[in-house]
Write a protein that binds this ligand. Structure first.
Ligand SMILES: [Zn+2]
Length: 154
């Protein structure tokens, strides 16, 4: 299969998800020109706001390959990933994403969802302090840091 076939497969999965009452998102992960994982957006089933196709596909691929390092894999998605998924993709070390719809077009087409462009702005604007209140409990700083440092020695 070539990249056009993989993208068509991804779009077909998204269409199928819609036909089953879901949201129009799907992702596949390809390694050595073979699909090793598929992911669908399942927010409609789980009510979990993080239940996105990209993360579902990463979970399947990581489990199958028994590693969190997917650097030798590529991902196909219908629309440019949201910032949450993009962060997960970076953590997985996937180096290439193929997408069919850019952020602006995605936002225009998906009138029922928050704008992906706004999510990107929010994440880049000092950790979303406009909509989320953050409180640094500094008395616990050393205790928290110690948990991190101790893990380095395990
Ligand atoms: Zn996402």
């Amino acid at each position: 299969m070539n990249k056009e076939n993989f993208m068509q497969t991804t779009i077909n999965l998204a269409k199928k998800n819609v036909a089953n009452g879901g949201w129009p998102f799907a992702a596949i992960i390809v390694k050595n020109k073979e699909i090793i994982a598929e992911g669908l957006n399942s927010v409609h089933l789980s009510n979990d706001p993080s239940d996105h196709a990209e993360i579902a596909a990463i979970r399947v691929a990581s489990s199958k390959l028994n590693t969190s390092n997917l650097s030798d894999c590529e991902m196909y998605v219908v629309g440019m990933p949201c910032p949450m998924c993009l962060s997960c993709i970076v953590l997985s070390k996937i180096k290439k994403i193929y997408y069919s719809v850019d952020v602006k077009t995605k936002d225009k087409a998906l009138t029922k969802l928050p704008l992906t462009e706004d999510l990107y702005k929010l994440i880049s604007s000092n950790f979303a302090e406009d909509v989320i209140e953050f409180e640094h409990l500094e008395d616990f700083s050393e205790k928290g840091e110690l948990v991190f440092k101790n893990w380095n020695n395990i």
